[in-house]
Design a protein around this ligand. Sequence first.
Ligand code: SAM
Length: 313
Amino acid sequence: MHEVGSPGIPGRLAAGAFRLRRTKFRTTSSRGLRPQRDHTVSSESGTYIMGRNSRETHRLGVQGKLYATHTRHLLAQAGIEPGMRVLDIGCGGGDVALEVARLVGPTGSVIGVDSDADLLAVAEQRMAAEVVHNVVSQQATVPRIPLDGPVDAIVGRLILIHLPDPVAAVREMRTLVRPGGIMAFQDLNTYRAHSVPAAIPLVTQSLAWVSAALRAGGCSVAAGDELFTILRAAGLPMPALAASSPASGDPDSLVLEHITESVITLLPLIERAGIATRANVDPDTLLARLRAEVQDAGAAVYSPELVSAWARA
Ligand SMILES: C[S@@+](CC[C@H](N)C(=O)[O-])C[C@H]1O[C@@H](n2cnc3c(N)ncnc32)[C@H](O)[C@@H]1O
């Protein structure tokens, strides 16, 4: 079906083009959000398909809340525990780093790495607001991450599948983890999103728009399924697997908001690829119409399935 919340397509940055910034997340009450660049481009041009603007930041926030407990549960299953030093690759707005910080507790620490300085600034603000002190941010391009020593675990949500060469990246990042440490990655199976007991037309249509846009941008709608193959090809021991989906019959839940925000973020691509027009989508009323249809049908909607694949380094 679709790949709501799908992930970023990384920029093809020149080798060696990373720049290191090491900043403790700190209180920034006097500092507002930095203005964000506003563009949405396809993966073919080597950039982030979901766009880089405040609406996408909002979408990432909705997505972060929707998947928070699922991410935490899957990471705990992978063996993230108190006291660990964990690297979060492609940390974006810090949702996973925050969940990892909760799992490792005050005796552990998290290093959140992203190539996007604006998103790192958002992450810093969130850590400050939540009074989280054991997370640091670092601007770098995965997999070239300068560290001052091995970590106990590397985690990455909605990032691995979108690296230009994910197998080579996993091989390279394995050198950053202590022997026997954890490498755990998560991504979405968008094609698994659905409604019960029957398909709701506007839900199905919205998921189809998102799915078609992601394909047009070169993204997989089965990114979760692909993690297993990537970890095997990288030479890791047999990965363990688990999957989990947020779902709700409440029309006001984040499930429908997440679908709506994904359609809206992808709308420029939807139009450019000739998938639908803005008038067809009618973004300003989409959420209300989705809610009404789900309410009238007495249906429940399952979000894309989050798959976790992990192995010992
Ligand atoms: C879909 S977001 C996921 C963010 C976060 N992991 C989450 O689940 O909320 C993908 C993130 O990966 C970052 N990213 C993409 N390619 C990268 C690379 N090669 N190195 C570092 N960060 C990268 C993007 O800037 C973006 O923040």
